[in-house]
Write a protein of this length. Sequence first.
Length: 354
Amino acid sequence: METSTKNLKIEKAKTSKIDQVDFDNLAFGSVFTDHMLVCKYQNGAWELPKIVPYQPINLDPSAKIFHYGQSIFEGMKAYKDENDDVWLFRPFDNHKRLNISAKRMAIPELPEEYFIDGLTALLELDKKWIPKTAGSSLYIRPFVFASGNGLHASPADAYTFIVICAPSAAYFSGKVKVLIEETYSRSANGGVGYAKAGGNYAGQFYPTQLAIEKGYNQVIWTDDNTHEYIEEAGAMNIFVRINDSLITGPTSDRILDGITRKSILEIAKDKGIAVEVRKITVSEVVEAAKNGSLKEMFGAGTAAVVSPIATFGYRGTDYDLPEIPNSYAAMLKKRITDIQYNRDQDKFGWRFKV
């Protein structure tokens, strides 16, 4: 059955797959809800979005996504509180960043109402898929790709915006051991590092695999020119605590403007923590590890919120970080998740009710 509203058409799935899902054993991003949002750009304009049953995508072999990599994405989550109300966290920031990425990749920008209204309608339809167990959530993946055909090396004339959703259990990464990278670079000045472009992540896989073969879980990326400055932790922004100061690098052409990163900075300042947004040298971090002033390092991103680093490796030496009570990482993660799950007040205005 198909229904429609001002900005949306809805085709409901005839049957649901939800009874086939083991919600007690959810692997990240492997099980998907009954529906997805689809919006096409053709003839110079975005068409009205549609919600349709989750299904494969039909593309011509000459679709430009396969040949020139025009694709961008976002990472979000929906949360269900004790009253079964559904919440998003800073969704307007995700829309804004999607369009920043789109502009850099020569993709037409998406109207805000299509993004927000479409996502809201999708979550209302698949509300039963949002887990309620502690730490669980519904991971949301909006993405845009070049669906226009042709082998000419130029922007496509057609694009497709899709949102798919995957129920996910609590994300736990354990003790993370990272390697500071000095050969490969994630991004470069003037490049697309600040955009959530698919190719950014594909380019990380090989150096990360090399680090895994050496016994590490992830890579700490350094600047492309001198490899003297710490920039990101795998696919996450990175924070370093030296004594009682929390330090993170400034955003740039190379560093993603993470929404979790921005939230951590605001919460830390609100809590009276000394915050420094500046370049961090590898030598400074190594020296702090040696003299005991390095208290914490952690990654920040949508999936784990905060991922503490237990050990970092540099030029053949591993440096273990201390396990400290009342860590900034634990406090910041709790504050953010308490807002996300509607367990505490949201003085920042980040929570969005679906």
